[in-house]
Design a protein around this ligand. Structure first.
Ligand code: AKB
Length: 317
């Protein structure tokens, strides 16, 4: 690939790792990192970095023109837990930034957009286990409502205007390089930090509240594989179900206890329990497997080992 890639939300949990991976693959100057704040991680400044508020259509346009952008990874969103505290801000940010990007692609200023959806598009009336690609979708969070509306807009721009937009319904993502913020699945990252720092953790979800999750390496690989797949293989233009690992707090705690002597966990469920209770426990991703050959590589124990090994080094620094 010899044209420019733009990342919106490059300092976030997915953006950080995606920027580093794409720069390793295509060179630092081929990947323009943008965010509303300056990066804390100095490596993000090893290539071009621009401050950008993704809800500002004029600023987004001028960066696309300045760098002659081909592919945009749009990773800006307010997540589920923060979205419930600031419903209108979540709706405005999540929708406006997507619509600005879709409009730029419609005008021909961008050739391709990757935009993340989420398991939050499902709701309490959705079948909970092995949730199908096409099913009842009545989300009960602002974040979920905005992601479902976003999926409909993506499909609309693809079918009406031929916009090449691609999307994944991410499960909870677990990574050691960058932390999530404001999500319901964040406990599954916090638990590893606390295991190493304090030997114990209090979960904000109840012990048997299972959710679909995925290790970040798999999520980054899925994101790039879908974005770079030949267009004819991308048959779904709303968003693809994607499955990795499904577990509840007690099961991840047992996995950690295999490697951290004496680790214990207790649970004090808060408002995020209700959000989690409205989401699926596991996902059927046969469409992603069939259309673009998706297959995850990490199971719970291999993820636990990778998280603990890398975090031990990171926390020592
Ligand atoms: C959240 O918990 O809000 C996110 C998500 C599942 O999209 N991690």
């Amino acid at each position: 690939m010899n044209s420019t890639i733009l990342i919106l939300g490059a300092c976030g949990q997915i953006g950080t790792e995606l920027t580093l991976t794409l720069r390793a693959k295509y060179g630092n100057n081929a990947v323009i990192a943008t965010d509303i704040r300056e990066p804390l991680m100095k490596e993000l400044k090893n290539g071009p970095f621009e401050l950008l508020d993704a809800s500002d259509a004029i600023a987004m346009r001028s960066i696309c023109e300045k760098y002659n952008v081909h592919t945009m990874y749009h990773l800006v969103a307010m997540l589920s837990a923060t979205g419930e505290k600031f419903p209108m801000k979540a709706w405005d940010l999540n929708m406006q930034s997507l619509l600005h990007a879709l409009e730029l692609a419609k005008e021909g200023l961008l050739s391709k957009i990757f935009w993340p959806s989420s398991i939050a598009v499902f709701g309490p009336t959705t079948p909970k286990r092995e949730t199908p690609q096409q099913t009842i979708m009545e989300p009960s969070t602002v974040y979920g409502i905005s992601k479902l509306a976003g999926e409909r807009w993506c499909e609309y721009y693809a079918s009406k205007y031929g916009v090449d937009v691609r999307s994944i319904r991410y499960p909870g993502l677990i990574s050691w390089k960058s932390q999530p913020g404001g999500g319901t699945t964040d406990y599954a990252v916090e638990i590893y930090y606390k295991a190493l720092e304090e030997g114990r953790y209090t979960s904000f979800l109840s012990e048997h509240r299972a959710l679909p999750m995925m290790y970040m390496d798999d999520a980054i690989r899925a994101t790039i594989e879908l974005t770079e797949a030949p267009a004819k293989q991308v048959k779904i233009r709303s968003s693809y179900n994607l499955a990795g690992i499904s577990f509840d707090p007690i099961t991840i705690a047992k996995s950690i206890a295999k490697y951290v002597d004496g680790f214990t966990m207790d649970c004090q469920a808060d408002f995020r329990e209700e959000i989690a209770a409205s989401w699926p426990e596991s996902i059927d991703d046969r469409s992603a497997q069939e259309d673009w050959n998706w297959s995850p590589t990490f199971d719970l124990d291999s993820m636990t080992q990778a998280m603990l090994t890398n975090l031990k080094v990171k926390l020592r620094k």
